[in-house]
Write a protein that binds this ligand. Sequence first.
Ligand code: MLT
Length: 391
Amino acid sequence: MSKGIKVELSEKLNKLPPYLFARIDDMKVEALRKGVDLIDLSIGDPDIPTPEHIVEAMKVAVEKPEHHRYPSYAGMLSYRQAVSSWYNRRFGVKLDPSKEVLSLIGSKEGIGHLPIAFINSGDIVLYTSPGYPVYPVGALLAGGVGYELPLYKQNAFYPDLDNVPSDVLDKAKLLFINYPNNPTSATADESFFEAVIEFALKHNIIVCHDAAYTELYYDGERPLSFMQIDGAKEVAIEMHSLSKTYNMTGWRIGYAVGNSEVISALGKVKSNLDSGVFQAIQEASIVALGTDESVLDQIRQTYQQRRDVLYDGLSSLGIRSARPKATFYLWAKVPDGFDSMSFTAHLLDKAAILTTPGNGFGNPGEGYVRFALTVPVERIKEAVERIKNIL
Ligand code: MLT
């Protein structure tokens, strides 16, 4: 019998499922333990290394004693200026680095903490689903309730904002949207973003646009920033991350931009809970934000080639999906006779391919699996071959 204390989890933690990608990680460890030749197409974690010039900048920055002390809470002004210049160059959006930009320890951190700033017990956080699992988790940990806005193919993976029940709208304080979308890979047009602004103004709801994938686009079609739309700053912030654009998932750095009151409130939460981003990482990230587009074009071309091989391969096997215009995810319908989980298990057990079950991103994702394009093209060809053999 244990002599220790009786450890009782809080009601909130008890309500939380294990993090989707922690579960996937367990599946991966188990498969590798069995010694299988696993093709991992699950988490969106780039296999391509961080570009050399960023790593070199980090080596220099890490030697500087001034960076070994606590970082600035909001982020170094020079980092926030670099973000602001990047927005101006990329989107033609002007941001005041002192009030409209905040450093984040990756956008996951910002998404998780944002509801604490605005949500009282029982308040509602609207979020698109299937979606990044952190949206409802942040709501729950803040004492609020997440409310799923389903994304369906027949609606171009846009939420139906006209049919949110009025009792939900009465309690809704925050809305998370995400385009280019994880996991569906859908992109948004200007008129959708305009409708979101109108909705937010009408119902007094703060919008957080998760823009982590704007730089992973194909065929030269550059996605929009929400901040490009007239009126965006009156209702919204946008979160971005260096993770996917510059292959920096392990570095943990991102930022929030936009409405200065929302940015300030998020900054207040963060300064009470974390102490900012290691300044050496911020300094290297300034260099990252100045990366020549030709370097990013190369990365996009690599993913585009993988996308085409996987899309064409799955299509030839009768597995239906849309050829992604952005993100490095392919959102595919499971074949008849399977659901999300059974097809994921089938791919893992019979073909040693790890994918993410669509329902892991929320109930409307049932009937899909997500493939991440994060292995070399030869392995994608091999994956298609293996799938062919087990169907
Ligand atoms: C994903 O694969 O959806 C994300 O990369 C996971 C994450 O960022 O935590």
